[in-house]
Design a protein around this ligand. Structure first.
Ligand SMILES: Cc1cc2nc3c(=O)[nH]c(=O)nc-3n(C[C@H](O)[C@H](O)[C@H](O)COP(=O)(O)O)c2cc1C
Length: 647
């Protein structure tokens, strides 16, 4: 059985320290989170456990909207705010009221004894223009309102190693709470205790005493990176229930529920390969009915607006779950009853197999400290050895011959997150169903293992019901509004759609919407389409584009391929970013005419390349690099540039 990490991600069971931390600060520690898909919430709970492990009392965890906004902050308390950005730099739903209050009420003030620190959660490559804007704005505004910042904002990048970013922030916070090594509860004068001490009158940012490294805390940091041998809380297993065969977790409710509110059991109507000639990585289209099949639901049907996202709860494949069951040597049918241990991160009362299937992301690389624990060594080039080759827990265990317990896995592995897809259909044309476009992810790891993307392979195995209510025909899913990604209200406003690969999905939705509006008699302004595929075999929706061109829902379209020629023998071998650059004058005029631009595709390469092309185009118009960057941001801020970029 493996040991728990000490400081890292603080996901493990409680461990008591001969504390080098202030044992009982005068105020409470309020951990406040705003979370859309659960990461900030998970981190908030881990942080609370970790601080309690250090002997700190009065640690409270709350969602930012749990109290009226003006009652959240208390003088003398420390407020650790974890907030993600969603939509296009929007706050999560459970922070919306608070965010609106803090941003829009200029008279709102905070006492100077309100202490705070912010950890923002975002994704730099997917949302370069809106990276962590919510965290950054909250941090700036809290300071402007008069509160006392105890440490600089930290930014977690979900496109990189967010757990590592979080670890580092937690380390800084803990250093800030530390007293000297006398450990007698009495603060040394030099101790960097900033929380609960009032800011010194007249002190400005530059002259604030800087936290110093406390030797004992530094030692704790080092230890945190080593396996420790401590007692684990055990996961209590009840008698096996082999007759229990559930393929979803809708029966769980209240604080034990697993799915987010508004999640429904939805029926798959169709699941087809769009480009059969493209081989295994062909684009596919899945059609899902919005009619609810969940017994407890109040609503009959979900609704959406064109441009929204669809959120799917995937499961690990049975083969992967079996491999873990075998490795852990556990009875898959045993029920996890564990009611005692508050820190247990998943629903109770479900079987081991259900927990492994639904709750843990068995395809994700383990966090840095869990990797160190499994491998039993500290030196690790995490990015190159673990994250980039996407090595999983089982890979590392096999490599190191580590015997992992069920507890080790459940407390340390990455929880399963629901996946977001751009809806590819128009709500005017098909209000009762959505279309998603996806490409099954399959790749060979550097050490020769075949890997499949969890959600895309989950979707690929879905099919329309063959026999009544066949399980493979249903998905747990919900609609997530994306209000900043909409066609202009005035159909005469010029639009330009720029997309690559799976980015064709939201573009398909907009084209279908314009066709529907056309049939209702609407008149349109210019609409330009720049679209790229891997090769001609990968090209989809030619018929729809053609129809749109014929009726004026599109006015021009250029399709390019990163390799190969199209079927009509015309070579358009080019990247979309180069096409955009070549059409620089047209792009510039479109923007000057007040036209809207929509960027849709992968974030890391496509999104970054198109933004670089835009910067080049703007610099051609006598802007320097900084001005071009500022102009791009301005277009986003005023809603003329909208992005739907995925990770
Ligand atoms: C639909 C969607 C929109 C997002 N928008 C942004 C954004 O505008 N800026 C950003 O930095 N990150 C953005 N992200 C990335 C999330 O902030 C990041 O994945 C974060 O870890 C999620 O934390 P949460 O699970 O607590 O909500 C977005 C993610 C999704 C799924």
């Amino acid at each position: 059985m493996l040991a728990r990490p000490v400081l890292h991600v603080l996901r493990g069971p409680r461990q008591r320290f001969s504390s080098s931390i202030r044992p009982n600060p005068t105020g409470a520690i309020r951990i406040l989170y705003g979370s859309q898909t659960g990461t900030a919430q998970l981190f908030a709970n881990q942080l609370a456990e970790g601080l309690e492990d250090k002997g700190l009392k009065n640690v409270i965890v709350q969602a930012l909207d749990e109290k009226p906004p003006n009652e959240i902050f208390s003088p003398g308390d420390l407020h650790l705010v974890l907030a993600s950005s969603t939509g296009r730099g929007e706050p999560p739903n459970n922070a919306r009221k608070f965010y609106d209050w803090i941003m829009n009420d200029p008279s709102a003030k905070l006492d100077k004894n309100v202490n705070f620190a912010v950890f923002g959660l975002g994704n730099k490559s997917a949302h370069p223009n809106n990276y962590n804007v919510v965290g950054k704005r909250l941090d700036a505004r809290l300071s402007e309102m008069g509160a006392h910042r105890i440490s600089d904002i930290a930014l977690g990048d979900d496109g990189g190693c967010i757990e590592g970013d979080f670890d580092e922030w937690v380390g800084n916070i803990i250093s800030n709470l530390a007293v000297d090594e006398k450990g007698d509860g009495e603060e040394s004068r030099e101790a960097p205790v900033t929380f609960s001490s009032s800011p010194i009158e007249g002190e400005d940012e530059q002259h604030k005493p800087q936290p110093r490294e406390n030797p004992e805390v530094a030692e704790l940091h080092k230890k945190s990176k080593r396996p420790m041998s401590k007692n684990h809380p055990s996961v209590v297993l009840g008698p096996a229930q082999s007759h229990v065969v559930r393929r979803d977790l809708f029966h769980l409710s209240g604080s034990n529920r697993f799915y987010a509110e508004n999640t429904e059991k939805l029926q798959v109507l169709d699941n087809i390969i769009l480009t059969p000639d493209a081989g295994e990585s062909a684009l596919r289209e899945i059609r899902v009915s919005l009619k609810c099949h969940h017994a407890d639901t109040n609503s009959e049907e979900l609704s959406y607006t064109t441009g929204d996202h669809f959120v799917v709860y995937p499961r690990n494949s049975d083969a992967i779950v079996d491999a873990y069951v075998h490795m852990l040597r556990v009875d898959p049918h045993a029920i996890i009853t564990d009611n005692q241990n508050e820190s247990y991160p998943y629903p109770r009362g479900i079987t081991v197999s259900e927990t492994l299937s639904h709750c843990v992301d068995l395809g994700a690389p383990p966090s840095p400290s869990f990797s160190r624990m499994i491998l039993g060594r500290e030196d690790l080039d995490y990015v190159n050895d673990i994250a980039n080759p996407r090595r999983t827990v089982i890979d590392l265990c096999l490599q190191a011959g580590t015997k992992l317990s069920l507890e080790d896995l459940l407390y340390n592995a990455i929880p399963m997150k629901p996946r977001y897809y751009s809806i590819a259909s128009s709500s005017i044309k098909s209000p009762d169903q959505v279309i998603l476009v996806y490409r099954p992810v399959r790749y060979m790891t550097s050490n020769g293992y075949l890997r499949e993307g969890i959600c895309t392979s989950y979707l690929a195995h879905k099919g329309a019901a063959q026999r009544g209510l066949d399980d493979t025909a249903f998905l747990p899913a919900l609609v997530s509004p994306n209000p900043t990604f909409r066609l202009p209200r005035d159909t005469q406003t010029p639009v330009m759609f720029i997309g690559g690969g799976c980015g064709v999905a939201p573009i398909r939705a907009f084209i279908e919407e314009r066709l529907a509006l056309r049939s209702m008699g609407h008149e349109f302004g210019p609409a330009i389409l720049f679209l790229g595929f891997r090769n001609p075999h990968d090209e989809v929706y030619q018929g729809l584009v053609q129809e749109a061109l014929e009726v004026g829902a599109l006015t021009e379209s250029e399709i390019v391929y990163s390799s190969g020629c199209n079927t009509r023998g015309r070579c358009q071998q080019m990247l979309v970013a180069d096409l955009v650059r070549q059409r620089g004058e047209k792009v510039w005029k479109h923007i000057q005419d007040g036209g809207h631009v929509y960027l849709c595709g992968g974030a890391r390469t496509f999104g970054a390349a198109i933004e670089a092309a835009f910067l080049d185009i703007f610099q051609e118009q006598n802007m320097n690099f900084d001005e071009a960057n500022g102009y791009l941001r301005e277009l986003g801020d005023k809603g003329q540039l909208a992005e739907d970029l995925s990770d």
